[in-house]
Design a protein around this ligand. Structure first.
Ligand code: URA
Length: 213
């Protein structure tokens, strides 16, 4: 290896180790996140927090809402029926699941799959904010309205917010500390599971991600 190749290689390894470590720290903090009202429910049921999964260098980060039963049992995001459809959608733009990063705003399962409360979103959001800063994705694709509302507001796009039925499949430019990124607002894959029309819409909307692949 030439000198410049070696130093590039060392820098790359340093950045990657730092990312891995910072993400591991988030996992460790979540494991003992007793401040959460979902903590007792998690431990009583022998569930896990679902931190996130995928490429720590991903260009595209998907943000869902909160783990369901399968996810809480396995610690893996989107590993149930909605996840199967998400995998299909990711494959449809020429990517594998392992090439992107998948996470949720709320990292513990709310009982009975209810929607996360505003308090839960506020409590868990700093973990997501840190994941975004560590991974520095070029694209954040929101899955569902909770994720859309949080991410759009976080990046100062409040005025562009409309019901998801009006802005699904759209792209928005946002400024971050590491440069400009694109936010893509998508329906939640679970919404499409039993609705053929919604399934086609989501498939079509997903194609906007192709230009970032
Ligand atoms: N729904 C979500 O929003 N996230 C998951 O991880 C699974 C289902």
């Amino acid at each position: 290896m030439t000198g410049s190749k070696t130093s590039h290689f060392l820098l790359y390894n340093y950045v990657m180790n730092t990312r891995d470590e910072a993400l591991r720290k988030i996992r460790d903090e979540l494991l003992v996140f007793k401040e959460s009202p979902l903590y007792t429910y998690r431990t009583e049921n022998h569930f896990f927090p679902v931190v996130g999964e995928g490429n720590h260098e991903a260009q595209i980060m998907f943000v869902g809402e909160a783990p369901g039963l399968n996810e809480a049992k396995t610690a893996r995001p989107f590993c149930g029926a909605a996840g199967k459809f998400l995998d299909e959608l990711i494959n449809s733009i020429g990517l594998e699941r392992a090439q992107v990063y998948i996470t949720n705003i709320v990292k513990d399962r709310p009982p009975e799959n209810r929607d996360p409360t505003p308090e839960e979103i506020e409590l868990y959001a700093p973990f997501l904010d840190r994941q975004i800063n560590i991974i520095q994705p070029r694209v954040i694709a929101t899955l569902g309205r909770h994720s859309m509302n949080y991410i759009m507001k976080k990046f100062g796009l409040d005025l562009e917010l409309e019901p998801i039925s009006r802005i699904h499949g759209r792209t928005f430019a946002a400024q971050t500390s590491y440069g400009e990124i694109t936010i893509v607002t998508l329906y939640h894959p679970a919404a499409a599971l039993y609705n053929g029309g919604m399934r086609d819409t989501l498939k079509q909307d997903f194609q906007v991600l192709k230009k970032f692949v």
